[in-house]
Ligand binder design. Structure first.
Ligand SMILES: [Zn+2]
Length: 126
């Protein structure tokens, strides 16, 4: 059985492992002050079937990197997975996955689709 005692260990979170990908001629994250950013966003129209004109949901995926050193930024405080009802993040914490709706859409628009959640568990050392 897996349990977690947060009195003795840090609480594991999505994206708590830092992954840094750098080109050989770039500054290291230790010396970079992260003053400029590159935002990569992809917007998706979700339809019932391929070829349908009417979207029944929208979703945006957002990644942010330092434009100077390339270090990716991780999202803080969101659960891991995907949900049509709330923003969530990828397991490594680097991609925001957020459902969206046009301002004029009724409450509950786009929230009937599938989703998943990944919980981080730490084995009990005892
Ligand atoms: Zn930087």
């Amino acid at each position: 059985m897996f349990t977690h005692d947060d009195r003795h260990q840090p609480i594991p979170r999505c994206g708590s492992t830092r992954l840094v990908f750098l080109e050989p001629d770039q500054e290291t994250p230790l010396t970079c002050l992260h003053k400029n950013f590159h935002v990569d966003a992809a917007m998706a129209r979700i339809t019932e079937a391929p070829g349908d004109d009417t979207a029944n949901a929208f979703n945006i995926d957002v990644r942010v990197n330092c434009a100077d050193c390339g270090e990716p930024f991780r999202w803080i405080g969101l659960p891991c997975g995907y949900s049509p009802a709330q923003p969530m993040v990828s397991v490594n914490g680097l991609e925001l996955r957020a459902p969206m709706a046009p301002q004029s859409a009724p409450d509950g628009f786009g929230q009937g689709g599938p989703g998943f959640r990944v919980d981080v568990l730490v084995p009990d050392p005892a």
